[in-house]
Write a protein that binds this ligand. Structure first.
Ligand code: ADP
Ligand code: MG
Length: 829
């Protein structure tokens, strides 16, 4: 049996071989031409070396220039040597030479038709064989290089020859209004002589939105509700709240601006505080789940859409706000969609409240129609043309393809930063590690490549790194989740690598199963992604899928979250806002009725709603916790079992996700042993998490202890933060903090009280079957119980990878089900 990955590899290699064969047929006829071209290149290189030789080693050249020179000379010597020694020398293609842009001459083995110089595009378009030729060029280059690599010495020197190369076919140029001659001052460097604060003010004025400042303020003054549309990076998020502040809107209330992602809220708030020259958390602040960085003084408040929803629970008329901006409306997250309905209502109630709906996409009609024909304010962005290319043949492993593409760009393309879109943290960490290893392998032969990951769980110090200007002569590669699609703008990006996937939550209302799936993106997303390459100069986008895939397999738009998610927590929030008639709630796109009913059923089963669908006392307590209703129920139930102290630790650890244990590739055995220590006695994964937390606490939250036990310090710190807040919330709902570490069954019973819908029973074949909706599932391999296989288990979540897995599993006594959820489970015989 070979794995899916191996099979993919094999297919890919076979394809490559096939392509190489065709290419070699054409080599003969092209040999003459290549020989001449190489001769010419060699002459040029010789001249360049002669020109620069007297400078070499002197201080007139920077380190990078000196390295470049050394490299050129090595190349030259190598080629000359081989021309003399090798009988087949005329078949060699000289390795890359640097071009004037500081990059490397692309023509030889990179088949992406590169025509950065003006005028070439037209020729390219007129020649119907251009694509074919570019491809052939590439093939020939590749075949020849492979041949050359047989020579041992050559292998050592030809470090740039990758094992695999990816063929791209240029498809189109995204329209752009600006061209090379209008380069923008984006960093402070061009404003020398001014203070950094003054420079920032100047930078603000270069943003596209700046020219529309007064018109925009006038429109806001004239209309209560306004839909605003402008390209990503044009300054909507950072500037509009500042304009409102400058215009006096903050004199009688806050300006609140919602973001779909916590990391966007945090980083944008930091940026705006910086632009205004104030301390973050004072005049400008942010509020995200489990973290409130605001004060009495805060007038500009960035927050996640989910947090505004929660604020509504405490302040139903949003009296402390004078303006609400629902930003990134095009993302259509669940919370944004719900907010639409609530703020629309609010605007009618409070004529003094200004409501701005801001979006990066053009389909604003829908927003306008929904908000009673609100006017739309559209302002043009600044876009440079972007060359878009697709892979010539499908890639079996998109992560591998992304890595190869980044290296191809790094070696072959002029300087400029690269943005790679990856589905999630795990993929980003993988790619980061592999890239680092490869770069180490290249040594000093290539320029510096700075790798900057960015995803939600990353601590903010590291997040800030992506915004730091790239040092001269180096290149930055940003590995980002969807967050960089529209929420965050990173300056200096010239190349986008788009594997075409994102992680998306999907929910099956029939069996109540929710899973995070790596899914193909929509065409609209693909367009947004490629647009990121052309913000400050013309750019290129490399799509790791074929043009055929794009045309035929991708949806036009991403389905709004409300139509593909578990609605339980939202229904609970709406119920506690007093909104009972959910079927008639004013949704922009209503969720499937089935999903609504399912959510009501779940809340009823958990005891949050009574038979009439009204919120119960338990439900009211549950609604206070910004958690999934099952987790909230687990916490509320811990009062009865006298173990709330343990349960909030577990809830906090579960909320951090699966990134507690650290498993470096070279120390997997050590790491696994360390992890198994916490599982002694087959206590189950929940209790193991509790043990991790408590042990860490006993060492007074020691970082050293984390290192020794292969545990991620950052995740632990986050768990501690979350736990502190849960403790505060316990007080608010008047649950006493009580501890019961010696009777772990009580802790387990609390877990079951929240998760009795997530139970599974062992089958004869060693798999498990979920209790209510028969589904075959397995214990996640890294679970402490994966070798123990208890008869009954309760699990935290299902994840779908190669199989359907239960993650975070604890053993269960079936009697407990009857005791804890008699309305759900009865004894059979
Ligand atoms: P929009 O909301 O229209 O997409 P933004 O207001 O987010 O645009 O961004 C405007 C500019 O502010 C961008 O050019 C970006 O480079 C800059 N910017 C935004 N956030 C940050 C940050 N955290 N650090 C540095 N620059 C930032
Ligand atoms: Mg924005």
């Amino acid at each position: 049996i070979i794995s899916k990955k191996e099979k993919g590899e094999a297919v890919r290699r076979a394809n490559a071989l096939e392509r190489n064969d065709i290419a070699s047929l054409r080599i003969a006829s092209r040999r003459e031409y290549l020989k001449k071209r190489e001769q010419q290149k060699l002459e040029e290189l010789k001249d360049e070396i002669a020109d620069e030789e007297y400078l070499f080693g002197s201080e007139k050249l920077t380190d990078i220039e000196n390295n470049e020179f050394r490299y050129k000379k090595e190349l030259y010597d190598l080629v000359i040597k081989r021309t003399h020694e090798d009988a087949n020398a005329d078949e060699y293609i000289m390795p890359d030479a640097y071009d004037h842009d500081g990059g490397v001459d692309q023509e030889k083995r990179f088949s992406v038709a590169v025509h950065s110089k003006k005028g070439m595009d037209a020729t390219q378009k007129m020649n119907p064989f251009a694509e074919q030729e570019a491809w052939e060029d590439h093939q020939i280059g590749k075949a020849t290089l492979n041949f050359g690599a047989k020579n041992k010495e050559a292998t050592d020197n030809y470090q740039f020859v990758f094992e695999d190369q990816i063929d791209f076919i240029k498809a189109s140029v995204l329209a752009g209004e600006n061209y090379e001659d209008e380069m923008l001052p984006v960093t402070g460097q061009s404003f020398s002589g001014k203070s950094s604060f003054e420079m920032l003010q100047d930078v603000r004025k270069t943003l596209p939105i700046y020219s529309y400042r007064d018109q925009l303020l006038k429109a806001i003054e004239d209309h209560q509700v306004l839909v605003i549309v402008g390209d990503t990076g044009s300054g909507k998020t950072t500037q509009i709240p500042q304009y409102l502040h400058e215009a006096g809107y903050t004199k009688h209330g806050k300006v609140g601006c919602t973001q779909p992602r916590r990391i966007a809220a945090m980083s944008v708030a930091a940026r705006v505080a910086h632009e205004m020259g104030v301390k973050l958390g004072h005049d400008v602040g942010y509020s995200v789940r489990f973290e409130d960085c605001t004060s009495e003084k805060t007038v500009l408040k960035y927050m996640t859409d989910g947090m505004l929803l929660r604020e509504l629970l405490g302040e139903p008329d949003l009296a402390s706000y004078s303006v609400i901006i629902v930003d990134e409306a095009h993302e259509r997250t669940l919370s944004t969609d719900i907010l639409f309905g609530l703020v629309k209502d609010m605007a009618r109630l409070r004529p003094d409240l200004k409501l701005l709906i801001s979006s990066a996409t053009m389909d604003a009609e829908k927003f306008s129609n929904y908000f009673d024909a609100a006017p739309i304010f559209i302002f043009p962005g600044r876009r440079f043309p972007v060359d878009v290319s697709f892979v010539a043949a499908p890639e079996a492993d998109y992560l591998d393809a992304a890595i190869v593409t980044v290296l191809q760009i790094h070696v072959n393309e002029p300087l400029g930063d690269i943005l790679v879109f990856l589905p999630g943290q795990e993929e980003i960490e993988n790619v980061e590690e592999t890239l680092k290893n490869k770069i180490r392998g290249f040594g000093t032969k290539i320029r510096e490549l700075i790798i900057c990951p960015i995803y939600a769980n990353l601590p903010s110090e590291i997040q800030a790194k992506v915004f730091e200007p790239t040092p001269e002569g180096a290149r930055k590669v940003v590995l980002a989740t969807n967050i960089a699609e529209t929420s965050l703008t990173i300056d200096g990006i010239k190349y986008v690598v788009d594997p075409g996937f994102c992680k998306i939550k999907s929910y099956n209302p029939r069996n109540g199963m929710e899973s995070l799936l790596v899914t193909p993106i929509s065409k609209a997303s693909a367009m947004q992604r490629s647009g990121r390459a052309g913000r400050t100069s013309p750019g290129k986008c490399f799509r790791l899928y074929t043009a055929y895939n794009f045309e035929n397999d991708m949806e036009d738009n991403t389905v709004p979250e409300i139509q593909r998610t578990n609605l339980a927590s939202v229904v609970l929030a709406l119920k506690s806002l007093g909104i009972d008639d959910l079927l008639n709630f004013d949704f922009m796109d209503p969720p499937p009725a089935e999903a609504l009913v399912k959510a009501l059923e779940l809340l009823f089963a958990l005891g949050a709603l009574n038979k009439l669908g009204k919120l119960t006392k338990v439900g009211r307590k549950m609604a206070e916790f910004p958690l999934d209703p099952m987790l909230s129920k687990m916490i509320v139930a811990s009062e009865k079992y006298m173990c709330s102290d343990e349960i909030i630790s577990i809830a906090a650890m579960l909320s951090v996700g699966s990134y507690i244990f650290y498993r470096p590739k070279d120390k997997q055995v050590h790491a696994d042993n360390a992890r198994l220590n916490f599982h002694t006695g087959n206590v189950g994964d929940h209790i193991a998490l509790l043990k991790v937390y408590n042990s860490w606490k006993e060492t007074d939250y020691s970082t050293q202890w984390c290192y020794e036990n292969y545990i991620q310090v950052r995740s632990m710190k986050r768990a501690r933060d979350i736990r502190d807040q849960l403790e505060g919330l316990l007080e608010r709902v008047e649950i006493k903090v009580s501890t019961n570490f010696h009777n772990l069954d009580l802790v387990r019973k609390s877990i079951v009280a929240g998760f009795f819908l997530h139970t599974a029973k062992l089958q004869k074949d060693g798999s498990y079957r979920t209790a209510k909706h028969p589904l075959t599932v397995h214990i996640y391999p890294s679970s402490g119980l994966s070798q123990v296989v208890p008869r009954w288990v309760v699990y935290h979540e299902l994840v779908l990878t190669s199989k359907e897995y239960m993650r975070q599993v604890t053993e269960l006594t079936p009697n407990w089900l009857v005791e804890i959820a008699p309305h759900y489970y009865q004894l059979k015989d």
